[in-house]
Design a protein around this ligand. Structure first.
Ligand SMILES: N[C@@H](Cc1c[nH]c[nH+]1)C(=O)O
Length: 383
């Protein structure tokens, strides 16, 4: 095998794609700042125990692990930055007021999440800590939609779900206690035969509720239907009320509800959302409430946020035209150097041709040339 081949689902990013990703990264971080989100940079590696705090088995399977030569302990490469940011809020900032944090960086997955998915998503996201009310969830949803709009994606469908429904069903029946992870998996896959099998010895109320969940999807009317077919447990009523409010807060955005769409790392504790665009099976943004992760780090904090993969978003953007640039000769004379500096300071791309490469093609569209005329450096139009 040639030694320049990269592993499956791992890729280099070439110039035009890299530029799109970078410009989008800057635009999104600048926009987060306009909403008051402070940038944090958690490490790529941590001890496995801290990366897995408050998360489920999915995260453990997704995480690359290696041995730390300094401590002999096992370290993990982050598979998701959200819990790292929750750790920063819980331990390092120690603020009791609202904290808004944003982040971006590579995460690594042992297995791709879809056939063509990368194993190195470039995650970007924003999280709010310290407010348990739906206002924070609404802000996060608004910011997620604004971020997609900045990426040129305006045709978005928001799919809402609420973990409180399943948690209330589980809490109401002792027999379900050991099957929690399996129930999440079966519901995500909408595996009705599997749900029938696992629930054969559950109470009728539990069994009927679990079997109803995979069919509870559709437009906003799904909530009213869910109120009729699901048991009237306080946790379920609260979850459905939350979803009703979030649908109203979403305004004109296209919203659907899917009470079995519980995909994710299973640290969520309340309303969750996924944003879909036409023609793509995987969500382009995911988010939701996860109030118990801070508690796992020793400081209970209400939390909600969202994250996206910059590489995936950039792929959806139309390819940018070639950037206009100025071609300049190679040279170190003071007058040329000061002209180059002046042009670059005004935002122009100026490329000095290295000797022997005057006609090389590159990513840039050189539409002007810097030339010496009667002792002055002037710009001449090309083409
Ligand atoms: N990090 C989560 C989404 C999320 C961010 N904040 C809350 N939830 C995911 O990748 O699925």
């Amino acid at each position: 095998m040639p030694n320049w081949l990269l592993p499956e689902n791992i890729a280099d990013v070439l110039p035009s794609e890299a530029r799109k990703i970078e410009e989008l990264r800057r635009a999104l971080l600048d926009n987060f700042r306009l909403y008051g989100y402070e940038l944090v940079m958690p490490p790529m590696l941590e001890y496995v125990e801290s990366l897995l705090t408050g998360t489920g088995q999915d995260m453990e399977l997704r995480m690359f692990k290696l041995v730390d030569q300094l401590s002999g302990r096992t370290m993990g490469i982050r598979a998701d930055m959200t819990t790292q940011v929750a750790r920063i809020d819980a331990h390092l900032l120690n603020r009791s007021s609202i904290t808004r944090l944003c982040y971006t960086g590579s995460v690594m997955h042992t297995r791709p999440s879809g056939l063509h998915a990368t194993r190195e998503p470039l995650q970007i996201g924003a999280e709010i800590y310290g407010h348990a009310g739906l206002e924070a969830d609404a802000e996060v949803q608004e910011l997620a939609l604004a971020s997609l709009a900045l990426a040129g994606i305006s045709h978005v469908r928001l799919d809402l779900c609420h973990v409180g429904v399943l948690r209330a069903i589980i809490a109401n029946d002792e027999k379900t206690k050991h099957c929690e992870a399996a129930l999440f998996g079966l519901l995500e896959a909408k595996d009705i035969p599997g749900l029938k099998e696992i629930s054969s010895n559950f109470d009728d109320l539990t069994r009927n509720a679990l079997l109803a969940l995979p069919n509870l999807y559709g437009d906003g009317k799904t909530i009213a239907h869910a109120r009729q077919v699901l048991p009237q447990l306080p946790g379920i009523t609260k979850a459905l009320d939350d979803l009703d409010s979030l649908i109203k807060l979403a305004g004109t955005t296209d919203v659907t509800v899917d009470l079995a769409d519980l995909r994710g790392y299973h640290y969520h504790s309340g309303a969750m959302f996924a944003a879909y665009v036409p023609g793509l099976p995987n969500a382009v943004a995911r988010g939701g409430r996860y109030d118990h992760v801070g508690e796992a780090f020793g400081r209970a904090r209400p939390a909600t946020g969202f994250s996206m993969d910059l590489r995936e978003l950039a792929r959806l953007m139309p390819s940018a035209g070639r950037t206009r640039a100025i071609r300049a000769p190679w040279g170190k004379e003071a007058a040329l150097c000061s002209k180059l500096e002046e042009l670059r300071r005004s935002g122009e791309v100026v490329i000095q041709s290295l000797p022997g490469h005057e006609n090389d093609q590159d990513e840039f569209d050189c539409d002007r040339a810097l030339e010496l005329e009667n002792g002055n450096w002037i710009l001449r139009k090309l083409g």
